[in-house]
Design a protein around this ligand. Structure first.
Ligand code: ZN
Length: 242
């Protein structure tokens, strides 16, 4: 019974997040080119398929892109951040240089928590449609998340629990969301985003860039790609941590 309800719930969440929009052709500009490792972090219910257009474009621009969608953004934040730190360390080791972290939606929360740890080999942080508070998403999405948290609390594996949101489990993760990263931090957001409250994407620690389009459009549209490419390129000139 729980399994059936859970799969139905996940289908509903995916329907909210995926308006079946096809990636649009985007012209890549030479000035956007760059090198080095990028770790692209997916958010709530994000699949590899969702990240694929952005991953492919950044690869064509010259970056070595690693995607991270483990648990589809539905797991405990504290454990996800610990896991993502291992991925970032491995990408930096393989490339011999610090990583640019790029987080989409809830993935930007995980990325920020990693970037805020000064011991991590991270050179910059870019977030795409990432709310920096628990209530930064639309009401339907919040209700679905609450239902998933109840399922996780009842023992369904791989899901966050009520303790992650309201208890002590993810306290260190929530602290990481408020910490100020010591690396260049750019937050890209859209006022047309109907899943995430755009005001929740603004952070005093970030340089903010407004773009047009929907939440999923942040992964496939031209203007968000331009904002990402320019933010990734700008950090070439910035000091990077050892
Ligand atoms: Zn937790």
């Amino acid at each position: 019974m729980t399994g059936f309800s859970l799969s139905r719930l996940l289908r509903r969440v995916r329907a909210l997040l995926d308006p079946a929009k096809d990636p649009v052709p985007v012209e890549l500009t030479d000035g956007w080119r760059g090198t080095g490792p990028v770790v692209l972090v997916g958010g709530f219910c994000t699949t590899e398929l969702n990240l694929d257009p952005l991953r492919a474009r950044l690869t064509r621009l010259g970056y070595a892109v690693t995607t991270y969608t483990v648990g589809s953004g539905l797991g405990c934040g504290r454990r996800t951040v610990a896991d993502l730190k291992d991925v970032v360390r491995a990408a930096a080791r393989a490339a011999g240089s610090p990583v640019r972290l790029l987080g989409y939606s809830r993935g930007g929360q995980f990325a920020r928590a990693v970037a805020a740890d000064p011991s991590m080999p991270v050179s910059s942080l870019v977030t795409l449609g990432t709310p920096f508070d628990v209530y930064g998403v639309s009401v339907p999405l919040r209700l679905q998340a609450a239902a998933l948290a109840v399922a996780g609390t009842l023992g369904v594996p791989g899901l966050f629990t009520l303790s992650c949101f309201y208890g002590t489990c993810c306290a260190s993760f929530h602290d990481g969301l408020r910490a100020v990263p010591e690396v260049p931090f750019t937050a890209v957001y859209s006022r047309e985003d109907r899943l995430v409250r755009w005001r929740a994407c603004l952070d005093p620690a970030a340089r903010t860039i407004e773009v047009p389009g929907s939440h999923l459009g942040l992964l496939v549209d031209h203007e968000p790609l331009r904002a990402v490419a320019e933010a990734l390129g700008a950090c070439d000139a910035s000091p990077v941590p050892a």
